[in-house]
Ligand binder design. Sequence first.
Ligand SMILES: [Zn+2]
Length: 419
Amino acid sequence: MSNILVIILIIISLNYLFELLLDVLNLRYLNKAIPNILSDVYDISTYAKQQEYKAETTKFSFIQGALSFVVIFLVLYFGFLGKLHAYIAEFGFSSLMTTLAFFGTLFIVGQVISMPFSLWSIFVIEEKYGFNRVTPSLFVFDFLKSIFLAVILGGGLLAIITLVFQVSGQWFWLIALAIMLLFSLLANALYSRVIVPLFNKQTPLASGDLYDDIKELAQKVGFPVNKVFVIDGSKRSSKANAYFTGFGSNRRVILYDTLINSMQNNEILAVLSHEIGHYKKKHIWTNFALGGLQMAIILYVFNLFAQSTDLSIALGYSNATEPIFHLSLIAFGLLFTPIEHVIGIGTNMMSRKMEYQADEFASKLDYGNELISALKKLSKESLSNLTPHPAYVFVNYSHPTLFQRARKILDGEGHQTKK
Ligand SMILES: [Zn+2]
């Protein structure tokens, strides 16, 4: 067994144990006392339901995590990836086609393994707690459309990057970086206009009280009211949401119909001002820049490793005489896992900071209390865990907890002179 393979197996095992540990810690915190300021979120019976829901989803993710760990470990240990490459190489395709066939096979196997889990999660767990709105036929159409997108966009990008790798040598990372940044800009620009409409309907706000209120708020903060859309999220789930997306003229605030139906106008305005806060603070650009930096580091380091055959041999292709792009890529990705974790924690810290900034923006517009009550409703309706373990939050949460957000908003209000 090659040393690199031993390192990879140790890394994925430690990684699995680390995630398991966080899950266990989080589960232990489940029935901790709820902080005072959140005591009105759940009544007794909803709280019992939340505890049951959280326990069930965590158990489900234990099983899924354990299975995927065992599969990946065995695949690597027995060198199946190298064997798969050797098998495909015998067909004598071009090296581009070989790479596409290799990832295509892994993609299909991955889909087959994960299918029972998605079916169980949607039609058993989400159904049982009354969240699910997906019908079997919608599930099939969603699945086919997402496969289509993955093949066109993922396959297309992969083909371009593979070609660049073959011709560019030491400048691979820089050219690949430019392509990835361009792709991500394009994806961002087309997301609302091309990708979302494949799955959902987005409609401009209908006229009425809410429209008038939103228009007034939008004018006050300088955000065009015609960039506020309502999406039919209720098609798939009863859970509510809102988000901000896009650059420049593609910018949009998207409100779920489930949000509009379950909240009072003032609470909707509070959520909207939070989303506009993300726009005003240029969070999309910050995320884009950070994502680009991360991509640059990954590609640069990959480039250093990619010219050696060691990575291909580690994955079981023992007669590699030249580096095999797809094997190198996977081995590198696995070796990079610990650094990826560190980057992920940094990204989540940054993201939580931005959430506080968006909350602060809403508070300054005097929507602090409404925002707290909107967030409480969102938590209640999605049966959120109100007492996550701090270590779990530190590693995995992109948003501060409800308690942290409510406390921060209330603190801010105390210092502010009310008009
Ligand atoms: Zn936000």
